[in-house]
Write a protein that binds this ligand. Structure first.
Ligand code: NAP
Length: 461
């Protein structure tokens, strides 16, 4: 693939492209180029005031430096999307002109060809939050990227950090990573409006198939839920590989297969099938644990288990420590990832990634929190922890661990300070500071001070 020619951005002079080898595995250089989209609102640097993405990048660079002493380095290539892209590429366009553009025209305003070409070439990116484009044909930058690059797995690590005010007393036992299928299920967009010609045709077809008005009214809107073995298996494969890479104890297939047998139930069956076919010597099923191993998993093996979605929602609250990696179809995953994140508190900490076999984009799950734009106040934690996930993707586990430990140490220190009584100096941002009794938002540190404190902890490790 030849390097693209860009209109308004310049590729870094150093750095190497992360590339897929002929064996389908990533070749990770010591100086990978990572496309950086800082984002809008709190993601953006405004008049020299750094946003959360800049703060997060500083910590990531420090962790890599500490872990590899200059032998490895992330090479950032800044590209643009969202409002920032509109400002740079089409500064004069009005909202009315924008609405008159077709879907691709609108896409080019919010996600310029430069950015697409850079991501297509370099394959790996870190992205801050983006303003959702104003109403029109092009609805979401994230969805566009997901489909264009077949980023089929939405990955959401969630864990508890001491000091964060969590609503559940079992929150300190939460350390999970959810792999949510991104391309199938009811979210894939096959829907027919109630009363439309297409809906009528589908209803007529279903009548031919034997479904009467007892289950399906003529007036029903229809949504289709495709779930295939290929797309289920590639997601579950990624989840199992993640558990193996990180030496995690289990992968749980979360499904609603008791009711939807040929979609959700099949997802579960394909999961076990894949685990046995491709990872036989590395995994053990929960049934085998009880039948063949007296209830105790053999050392070093990942347990493959499954849970029905409704029970899973109970389990994450009552016994979160029994769950580690979760693989699930789209809709379950949507609810589950937010529910698990809520258990641990702190939207400013919800990290994520959309990963495919040919590209990966790492991103915070929160939005642009526009009221805090340019104030150096928001929590860079979610972008930073998404960056830690990027480091894990690069197999730079030592650096990822430093980031996680640095965040942990900074929260733990704030917790200890707050417990010692009011008036202490906190090094966490406002959203965490306000959770401590006797402290308020004003006691919070700036985004950059928080990042700097994490770096201090990293450098002491
Ligand atoms: P939001 O930006 O997530 O903000 C909602 C509230 O969450 C904030 O007011 C703030 O709460 C808290 N928050 C979010 N991020 C935080 C951080 N880093 N540090 C501290 N607190 C944080 O949700 P929204 O206001 O609904 O959406 C704003 C824009 O973002 C919209 O255009 C939306 O479409 C877009 N969006 C983008 C993405 C994405 O790019 N991935 C995702 C979601 C939304 P307090 O005010 O209580 O402090």
């Amino acid at each position: 693939m030849t390097a693209p020619v860009y209109q308004k951005i310049t590729a870094p002079a150093t750095g190497t492209r992360v590339a897929l080898g002929s064996n389908g595995k990533w070749n990770i250089p010591d100086d990978p180029v990572v496309v950086l989209i800082k984002g809008d609102g709190i993601g953006a640097d405004v008049n020299g005031v750094p946003g959360i993405t800049t703060a997060a990048v500083k910590v990531l660079d420090a962790a890599v430096q500490k872990a590899y002493k200059g032998k490895r380095k992330l090479v950032w290539f800044e590209a643009h999307a969202g409002d920032e892209a509109r400002k740079r590429y089409n500064p004069a366009i009005t909202d009315d002109q924008l609405k008159a553009l077709d879907e691709n025209g609108q896409r080019q305003v919010y996600l310029p060809d430069d950015t697409l070409a850079a991501f297509d070439y370099y394959k790996v990116g870190l992205k801050g939050p983006l303003t959702t484009p104003i109403g029109g044909g092009f609805r979401s930058i994230n969805v566009f990227l997901r489909f264009k690059f077949d980023l089929y797995s939405c990955v959401r690590p969630v864990r508890y950090y001491r000091g964060v005010d969590a609503p559940n007393r079992n929150a300190n036992k939460v350390d999970m990573c959810i792999f949510r299928e991104n391309t199938e299920d009811v979210y894939c967009g096959i829907e027919f409006k109630s009363g439309s010609d297409k809906a009528k045709k589908v209803v007529a077809f279903l009548r031919e198939m034997g479904y009467g008005p007892d289950v399906l009214l003529d007036s029903a809107g229809i949504g289709v839920k495709p779930i295939s073995p290929e797309r289920s298996k590639r997601l579950i494969r990624m989840a199992i590989q993640y558990a193996l890479d990180k030496k995690l104890p289990s992968v749980t297939l979360c499904h609603k297969g008791n009711i939807m047998k040929f979609t959700e139930g099949a997802f579960k069956d394909w999961g076990y099938e894949l685990a046995k076919a491709e990872f036989r010597d590395k995994v053990v099923t929960e049934d085998e644990v009880y039948k063949d191993h007296g209830g105790k998993a053999p050392a070093g093996k990942v347990i493959i288990k499954d849970r029905i979605a409704d029970s899973m929602f109970q389990q994450i609250q009552l016994r979160p420590d029994e769950y580690s990696v979760i693989a699930t179809p789209n809709l379950n995953g949507d609810y589950l990832s937010d529910a698990v994140a809520a258990l641990t508190g702190g939207i400013g900490l919800a990290a994520g990634a959309n990963i495919g076999d040919g590209a990966a984009m790492f991103e915070a799950t929160h939005g642009t929190a526009p009221k805090y734009t340019g104030q150096n106040r928001a929590n860079p934690g979610a972008v930073l922890l998404s960056g830690a996930l990027l480091l894990e993707f690069l197999q730079w586990f030592e650096a990822a661990e430093l980031v996680n430990k640095g965040v942990e140490a900074t929260f733990a220190e704030a917790d200890a300070t707050a417990k010692a009584g009011p008036g202490g100096k906190l090094h966490v941002t406002y959203d965490i500071a306000r959770q401590f009794p006797g402290y308020g938002e004003q006691a919070g540190a700036s985004s950059t001070a928080f990042a700097d404190r994490i770096i201090e902890h990293i450098n002491k490790m």
